[in-house]
Design a protein around this ligand. Structure first.
Ligand code: CP
Length: 309
């Protein structure tokens, strides 16, 4: 049995978690993963509770995984998308959240385009808030499922080399993973165009390179990122063709070693950040990440929402 090491009400990011808190969530995720494999499902720790999935930005993986996770814990789940909510009639996020709480929600999962939106909501409501991605700030559940998948495939993360490749500047996935990987003792390299990978990030205790060959050789894992066009207000490289030539992962010259595993949070833009041959190769653990996302979100909901606040 795992020793309880979780005292937080909400999960707003990875930056302010300790290594022990991350390990705790990963261990609980492992318990849920095992239970699912052994057919000991579902667990009723959220029986009688209502979880609201407030998704104000598009999502497939995160939204569905949180829904499945909450249902797996026997919660009632309600999903609200921006277009079908009264936000389109001018209601503020603050009023929407207060109304959701007044309707009896026991937890709110929020995806929003503004950095800090989850923290904002957490200051307003008295129920747990789980950040499902806030602008370019953080995407903690994604980082936890990435760490879980890395640990599943590579064992302890201490000393493991992980390269994050692509649009670091606008990526909440990168930000959450950088915090998580460093706290778990991994050696992190950031790579991509210099316009999207600030050299200053080396101050965090990681390595920055603009050389693809260097970035993908002698590493245990490569985490690819999609270009976040929706967050960029100006172009940061000449064209997608140019980007793909310089930083796209494909067979040939800049191909990673066969022992290196390839991760991607999705959605993938095939032919841009990765070619199909590698995306669908045995090195790719992209669909394992998606599957693990359900167990990891069960752990998050269990930790944050199974107690009364
Ligand atoms: N990785 C991720 O956040 O995917 P979705 O946008 O589909 O949720």
């Amino acid at each position: 049995m795992v020793t309880p090491k979780w005292t937080k009400r909400s999960l707003l990011g990875i930056q302010h978690l300790t290594g022990d808190e991350i390990s705790y969530l990963l261990d609980i995720s492992g318990e849920y993963r095992k239970a699912k494999t052994n057919g000991n499902f579902p667990s009723g720790c959220l029986e009688g509770k209502t979880i609201v999935n407030l998704f104000l930005e598009p999502s497939t993986r995160t939204r569905v995984a949180f829904e499945l996770a909450a249902k797996g814990l026997q919660a009632d789940v309600i999903t609200i998308a921006e277009k079908s909510s009264s936000l389109t009639k001018g209601e503020s996020l603050r009023d929407t959240a207060r109304n959701i709480q007044a309707l009896g929600a026991d937890g709110i999962i929020l995806r929003h385009s503004s950095p800090g939106a989850a923290q904002f909501l957490d200051n307003i409501v008295d129920v747990p808030v789980i950040n499902a991605g806030d602008g370019a700030h953080e995407h903690p559940s994604q980082a936890l499922l990435d760490l879980f998948t890395l640990r599943e495939k590579l064992g302890s993360l201490k000393g493991k080399k992980v390269t994050i490749l692509g649009d670091i500047l606008f990526s909440r996935v990168a930000r959450s993973n950088i915090w998580g990987l460093l706290k778990m003792g991994a050696k992190v390299t950031l790579a991509g165009p210099s316009t999207l990978v600030p050299k200053k990030m080396e101050e965090l205790g990681l390595t920055v390179t603009y050389n693809l060959k260097k970035a993908v050789s002698n590493t245990d894992a490569i985490m690819l990122l999609r270009i976040q066009h929706e967050r960029q207000t100006q172009t940061h490289f000449p064209s997608l063709t140019e980007y793909s030539k310089m930083f796209g992962l494909r067979e040939g010259d800049s191909q990673p070693d066969s022992r290196t595993i390839i991760l991607h949070p999705g959605p993938i833009n095939r032919g841009v950040e990765i070619d199909s041959t590698l995306a669908d190769s045995p090195q790719s653990v992209i669909l394992d990440q998606v599957t693990n996302g359900v167990s990891v979100r069960m752990a998050i909901l269990d930790a944050c929402c199974s107690s009364t606040y």
